[in-house]
Design a protein around this ligand. Structure first.
Ligand code: IMP
Ligand code: MG
Length: 178
């Protein structure tokens, strides 16, 4: 079995999502905002963020793939599902679970910016504390965490643990468990 060590509690995550929603509203003002959740991992953060956002909110999803089931990035990002909402002339916030290498974020920014949104920002609940290019930082960051593999609050290990209401560090394999 894997060991789960709680890093961020449901209360911490929920409070931070509310604070980020307020920061987004302070920047955008009263205008409509399009939240583009990045499937699959962004769904709990998108839920918390969208419920805390006042005013006009449109929700859509994109899906990309950069990780296989093996906990290491392939370095190649693919678009699996595009959004349906027209983002031209809209304030858009890409909602991500976690920024690690920043490759996914850079891919999405390049893809979406040519569609001429009024503004394009990124919110990530977690950002790993690893060296990276400046342009791959999220604009709204919940928590900066150490460079460890985490699960829960949308994050998975081979599709498991996304349902956990907390973020935990995943470690340890039982040799018998297979
Ligand atoms: P990046 O392109 O390297 O920034 O990777 C971003 C994506 O990799 C995230 O949206 C996650 O789906 C996945 N990822 C990165 N680190 C973790 C982790 O610690 N646990 C689970 N998934 C992760
Ligand atoms: Mg992801």
């Amino acid at each position: 079995m894997h060991q789960l060590e709680v890093l961020l509690t449901p209360e911490q995550l929920h409070t931070r999502a509310t604070e980020l929603a307020q920061a987004i509203r302070a920047d955008i003002g009263d205008a409509p905002v399009v939240l583009l959740g990045v499937l699959k991992g962004a769904f709990p953060f998108l839920t918390d963020l969208s419920r805390a956002l006042e005013g006009d909110v449109l929700i859509d999803f994109v899906q990309i793939s950069s990780y296989g089931d093996d906990r290491s990035s392939s370095g190649v990002v693919r678009l699996i599902k595009d959004h349906d909402v027209n983002i031209q002339g809209q304030h858009v916030v890409i909602v991500e679970d976690i920024v690690d290498s920043g490759l996914s974020l850079r891919f999405l920014r390049e893809l979406l910016s040519v569609r001429q949104p009024l503004s394009l920002k990124t919110a990530a609940m977690l950002q790993k504390d690893v060296p990276r290019d400046l342009d791959t930082h999220a604009d709204y960051i919940g928590f900066v965490i150490p460079d460890v593999y985490v699960v829960g609050y949308g994050l998975d290990d081979a599709e498991r643990y996304r349902n956990l209401p907390y973020v935990a560090v995943l470690s340890g394999h039982s040799p018998a468990a297979g």
